[in-house]
Ligand binder design. Structure first.
Ligand code: MRU
Length: 320
């Protein structure tokens, strides 16, 4: 039987789906079995599995597998609806659910889910190749959130481009923002880069202007959860700050994302839905009051602050 295995999941199409619980990283590497679409809906909401591309791919697997194992299930449509709403900003989740549900037979659903995985893996490889000319030996590269194997079906989007440069033997140094409030940078990206022995330093999110002023950073590479037709780009909250600071220091700001991130329904970034998460994610020992906390999970970087958007097909926005 075909087994699909990445750092983030193990999938045996007619049998089981195991997800690496990313909330436990880097302290513990534990897999959770996903029995049905309700289960993965909860896992996606809790960020046990996360990253725009990966939630689409794993949601597709779970839905198709459930349909395959329970061909008479009457609740598939409502489960699919709940699943597609689990996180609103990344376009990939609802896209994957729609594509799988469009297929009539359970085996066609399963084939569609596998095709989505393969497409994403291939797109990551192509984006990394397309980004090759943008990274040079000696570059200090700043990255944000996690855009690697823990966010996609392949080597990653922005992190894929960085890994490619390292494989090409370019001498680079990666600056990893911790990415508050949930620390996808310090917990996941720093871990992923260290696993691959890619030279990197962990920094707090508020250290970026200082490091740029010291000429430690030559390029910024980030991913995207949804890109509007005009190029405005939604990504992890704090990406917009980085773009503004990069603009100030005239540092190229690159977005790497597969072309299915471009949402033809959103003309501009104003139409992109921004996920609001629970305040308890940012209240801490120091916050005396646990109410009146604002916690948007994403922001929208306007296109004029983006130097290039690199997709598997080429550049979508191309300045300089
Ligand atoms: O909330 P997360 O961890 O799912 O946010 C992930 C990001 O913002 C990534 O940069 C984005 O998904 C692009 S990488 C596939």
């Amino acid at each position: 039987m075909q087994v699909i295995k990445t750092l983030a999941f193990k999938f045996r199409p007619a049998k089981d789906l195991l997800l690496l619980d990313q909330t436990l990283l880097p302290k513990k590497k534990a897999f959770i079995p996903i029995e049905n679409p309700k289960h993965i809906t909860r896992a996606i909401k809790a960020l046990k599995v996360r990253g725009a591309n990966l939630i689409g791919v794993t949601a597709g697997f779970s839905l198709a597998q459930y349909a395959f194992k329970n061909p008479k299930a009457k609740n598939l449509k409502s489960l699919a609806k709940q699943l597609s709403l689990a996180r609103p900003t990344a376009v990939h989740l609802s896209q994957a659910v729609q594509k799988v549900m469009k297929q009539k037979s359970p085996s066609a659903k399963l084939n569609q889910a596998i095709a989505l995985y393969e497409e994403d893996k291939k797109a990551c490889e192509s984006m990394a190749k397309k980004a090759r000319p943008l990274i040079k030996t000696g570059d200090g590269i700043l990255t944000y959130c996690n855009t690697g194997c823990l966010a996609t079906a392949g080597i990653g989007t922005a992190l894929g481009a960085i890994k490619q440069a390292f494989q090409d033997k370019k001498q680079i140094h990666v600056f990893v923002c911790e990415t508050r409030p949930l620390n996808q940078g310090s917990r996941l990206t720093f871990w992923e880069l260290n696993q691959e022995k890619i030279p990197c330093s962990l920094i707090c999110d508020n250290m970026t202007a200082h490091l740029m002023s010291q000429k430690k950073i030559q390029k910024v590479f980030v991913g995207a959860d949804r890109i509007s037709k005009n190029g405005d780009t939604a990504n992890k909250i704090g990406t917009y700050n980085l773009a503004v600071i990069s603009h100030h220091f005239k540092i190229p700001f690159y977005v790497v994302a597969p072309s299915n991130t471009i949402d033809s329904q959103s003309q501009t970034g104003q139409k992109i839905p921004i996920e609001q998460r629970a305040g308890k994610e940012i209240s801490s020992y120091w916050a005396k009051h646990k109410t009146n906390i604002i916690n948007p999970s994403f922001d929208v970087t306007p296109r004029h602050l983006i130097t290039k958007i690199i997709t598997e097909k080429g550049y979508y926005i191309d300045r300089i």
